[in-house]
Design a protein around this ligand. Structure first.
Ligand code: ADP
Ligand code: MG
Ligand code: MG
Length: 875
């Protein structure tokens, strides 16, 4: 088996075997760029190293020695030579670059003898000794676990004694002494002398790289980022070039475009007379890459040319590491540069214009999940932040404000025009009014799909959830993180894109949605075949959704309209009514409100369909909580309260108790309400059609779709459809206005899916309610599952993903597939869409595309994500 590849034997496509760094070093070598020669030990060697119990697989050492000889020949120096020694770097490099992997060791091959050779060969003692002390430090720290700070203390003391500020000002004599102390430190810590045999050094370093693949940090990182454990890491052994030989030397890093804005301009830094990671380690302040043009004009020109060439070659933005040795430029690494969403989008659009990539390729350059970053104010990347804790990045965007601990306070202060951040252990539907008025929300418990997270994402509000470091004390109105206490009224900021909690106010940048953003998503619209709609309950939401590119509304939830303050008492009257007449009285009062709601939404969505779902949740959601009522009544009785009021409350309590359900999620809700109280749905249908008639009269094109929720049997739909049509005809007669409308249903329980051919007879359209369909297919309630065992299932790899976040393709997806097929046997061009959280999840959108759906519908702020994901699904 071939374990060792010389750079010129590899290529960019061999990332699996050579790791990202090795494959790109090979590629650069083969296109003729100045890369110091080297070799790569394969990821397979790493995996076999573990298979045989942390030992080199047979044959590896011979191949390594052979490779080294090749290197020696290419360079004309010998490894371990006392006169002119070859030095190498040992660099880790997995397929996916990973923090937690072993850091690079430079200048390997030096010992007490070869360092003298290096002094002789270069005539530069300071340089040679600097290399040696760096080597001992890196080898000791990285390969053998000698604490980094112990080396740094020795170095700091030496600088102090010498009265110099910077490492490179230490003279040869001082360096010699440091080397002595370093070796002593090494001995004390490892119990062995610093290894003098270069080949021994090399083997230890390679083992350390292999070992770092299974360091705790690397394992945690892989788990978090869903990277397989069996990829293994490659090891690169490369001839050293030296940026620390004097002022005609240096080292630097640069991006071919600005990684935070995408601007097409070299972006980076370098340091004269420095080595390796000095630039990023903050040893001295580096120079911006633009000043290299003055410092080393020829090198600069050459570097510009090479970076352009690399960009053309890889057809993507590159992140490049280079070193200059005595006026000669060397390339040490290139890779596709990590970038912000805004930069990714701008670079992709520019590259299409430059003819570098196609529009389709441009689509694949932006991660739909990242688009969120662009839609919200962001923290200015240049700002200094006082980060006190990090939670889950639950809803993107940056928010600053005074801390409040109560939804009522948030509402009150928000209405007064104050900016507040609501801080709670977790939120419930009772906190919505506070959420609405807060800049953002921070919770100490709950996950990415907790109430606060879902609601905040729906509202496009920043949220950080599950920030467990926060200890909230509602009584004292403060929270603590470690030793820091934050009182009510103190200013904090949250970054919902990173999960950071920051003390004080932070500078933010406003989103820019014109220009490249519009152009890019315009291309997505050209490419995609599925429609994208939004879920919106208010005219404002509907307008925003249009701005984001939604072509219609896939779900308007009418119950949210029932919750509003002036309406709730009327809704309660309706629920408490003993007779149909009483109920009708309340409904008559609700009608104008609903009509106004529908009028506003249909008007905002002029020319596009609006799918309105009739009342869905169980009625008790509109009534007071049973326990609270009991306490209220008891208190009234004990304090001699008004007997009339007590009776009134007792009646209410009776009704609440009568409506109590053991399992409301599977209870008297959805079209079951519509069947038992037909007058409720009748009122809603009338409100819709009267609004449509009014709009039609005014010349506004309204396209209503009336949606009956939670149907399990075709007869339910037949009954309610008949009623709806009757009302439409009545309204047409009353108003003298003709209009069009459709009546359809949500598919959200397995029985509906299984009998979709029958149901389709009575439906003009289907819309998958995959939140409920997932609950009912899995047979567990989302609210309970997410809090109790779902995370455990995912950690234990019983489930790959949270099925409420990403559509379960094999189970729920199979039911959907069946539904589509059965539905379209009855009606070949039955319109079928999806609404609910999954409609905005890129992976789920791909599933929907494969199932042949006509559109996806998602919360407003996810519309751009869905547009891109729908385009990617086609490609
Ligand atoms: P990382 O994966 O952390 O970027 P690298 O393996 O790229 O680590 O090494 C870090 C730095 O070490 C490089 O950017 C370069 O400056 C320096 N370096 C690595 N190999 C060599 C070499 N052969 N000659 C000179 N410098 C090197
Ligand atoms: Mg590094
Ligand atoms: Mg690097």
């Amino acid at each position: 088996r071939k374990y060792v590849y010389l750079f010129h034997e590899g290529k960019a496509e061999m990332k699996d075997l050579l790791g990202g760094k090795g494959a790109n070093l090979a590629e650069m070598t083969n296109i003729g760029l100045p890369v110091p020669p080297g070799l790569t030990i394969t990821t397979e060697a790493c995996n076999e190293y573990y298979e045989v119990g942390r030992a080199f697989p047979a044959g590896l050492e011979e191949q390594l020695q052979k490779g080294l000889q090749d290197l020696e020949q290419q360079i004309g120096k010998k490894f371990g030579d006392a006169v002119n020694p070859l030095l190498v770097s040992v660099r880790s490099g997995a397929k996916i670059s990973m923090p937690g992997m072993m850091d690079t060791i430079l200048n390997l091959g030096l010992n007490d003898v070869t360092v003298q050779g290096l002094i002789q060969a270069t005539g530069n003692a300071r340089f040679a000794l600097d290399c040696y002390r760096r080597f001992i430090q890196m080898f000791g720290d990285v390969a053998m676990g000698v604490p980094h700070h112990a080396f740094e203390e020795i170095l700091a003391r030496a600088k102090e004694e010498q009265g110099v500020g910077f490492d490179h000002q230490l003279d040869a004599e001082a360096l010699k002494q440091i080397i002595g102390k370093y070796q002593q430190l090494y001995q004390e810590h490892t119990g062995t002398d610093f290894p003098q045999e270069p080949y021994q050094q090399l083997l230890l370093a390679i083992k350390a790289v292999f070992g770092s693949w299974n360091s705790d940090r690397a394992i945690v990182y892989r788990k978090h980022n869903k990277i397989p454990d069996d990829l293994g890491t490659a090891v690169n052994v490369q001839a050293m070039v030296f940026g620390n030989m004097g002022d005609d030397c240096g080292t630097g890093v640069a991006f071919t475009r600005n990684p935070s804005t995408g601007e097409k301009k070299l972006y980076g830094e370098y340091l004269i007379n420095a080595q390796g990671e000095d630039v990023v380690a903050g040893i001295r302040t580096p120079q911006p890459i633009s000043s290299l043009e003055q410092d080393m004009p020829e090198i600069y020109q050459q570097f510009v040319q090479i970076s352009q060439r690399l960009e053309k070659h890889y057809r993507d933005m590159q992140d490049i590491e280079f070193t200059v040795e005595k006026g000669k430029l060397y390339m040490l690494q290139t890779r596709n540069g990590k970038r912000t969403a805004a930069a990714a989008m701008k670079a992709a659009v520019d590259m299409v214009h430059e003819g570098l990539i196609s529009k389709e390729e441009a689509m694949l350059r932006v991660d739909p999940k990242q688009i969120n970053q662009i839609l919200h104010p962001r923290i200015d990347t240049k700002a200094k932040l006082n980060i006190i804790a990090t939670g889950l990045p639950a809803s993107p965007g940056a928010a600053s404000g005074e801390v409040v601990f109560d939804a009522d306070d948030a509402e009150k202060q928000g209405k007064e025009g104050k900016k507040v951040v609501l801080v709670r252990t977790e939120t419930t539907p009772d906190d919505i009014h506070g959420l609405v008025m807060a800049q953002g929300v921070l919770t100490s418990r709950g996950g990415m799909t907790s109430h606060a997270a879902v609601v905040a994402r729906g509202m496009g509000k920043p949220a950080v959830c599950g920030c467990e470091a926060l200890k909230i004390d509602y009584e004292q109105k403060c929270f603590t993180v470690g030793r820091i206490t934050v009182q009510e009224g103190d200013l904090i900021s949250i970054d919902g894109a990173t999960g950071q909690v920051i003390l004080g106010q932070v500078p933010t940048l406003a989103p820019e949605l014109g220009g490249e953003f519009a152009e890019f998503l315009g291309w997505a619209d050209e490419i995609r075949t599925m429609g994208v709609r939004a879920n919106a309950d208010t005219p404002e939401d509907a307008k925003k959704a249009r701005d984001f590119g939604a072509a219609g509304i896939g779900l308007t939830r009418t119950e949210h309209m029932f919750m509003q303050q002036e309406r709730l008492p009327i809704v309660q009257q309706m629920i408490l009514a003993e007779t149909v007449e009483e109920r009708q009285k309340a409904l008559d009062q609700l009608l104008p409100f609903q009509q106004e709601d529908f009028y506003g939404i249909l008007e905002a969505m002029e020319g596009y369909p609006v799918c309105i779902r009739l009342l869905d949740p169980p009625l008790h959601e509109f009534l007071p909580n049973r326990e609270e009522l009991l306490v209220e009544i008891t208190t009234l009785k004990c304090t001699g309260g008004d007997p009339e009021l007590i009776t009134e409350k007792e009646v209410l309590l009776k009704k609440v108790e009568a409506l109590h359900e053991f399992n409301p999620m599977l209870g008297h809700r959805g079209c079951r309400l519509g069947i038992t109280y037909p007058e409720i749905y009748a009122m809603q249908a009338r409100a819709i059609f009267q609004a449509v008639a009014q709009l039609t009269k005014e010349g506004v094109k309204a396209i209503p779709e009336v949606e009956i929720p939670l149907v399990i049997h075709v007869n339910e739909l037949a009954f309610l459809r008949k009623q709806t049509i009757e009302i439409a005809e009545q309204v047409m007669k009353e108003t003298g206005v003709e209009f069009e409308y459709t009546v359809g249903t949500m598919i959200e329980v397995p029985r509906a899916a299984l009998t979709a051919d029958e149901i389709a007879r009575e439906a003009d359209f289907f819309s998958f309610g995959t939140n409920d369909l997932t609950q009912t297919t899995f047979g567990f309630s989302r609210d309970d599952a997410e809090g109790k065992f779902l995370q455990h299932y995912i950690d234990a790899k019983v489930l790959k993903e949270n099925p409420f976040v990403t559509l379960d393709p094999l189970g729920v997806g199979k039911l959907m597939d069946l539904t589509v097929k059965l539905g379209r046997t009855t009606k070949p061009d039955l319109q079928i869409g999806i609404c609910g959280e999954h409609g905005g999840d890129p992976d789920s959108i791909e599933t929907c595309y494969k199932l042949g759906l006509d559109f996806v519908s998602c919360s407003t702020f996810r519309v751009p994500i869905a547009r891109l994901a729908a385009a990617q699904a086609v490609i």
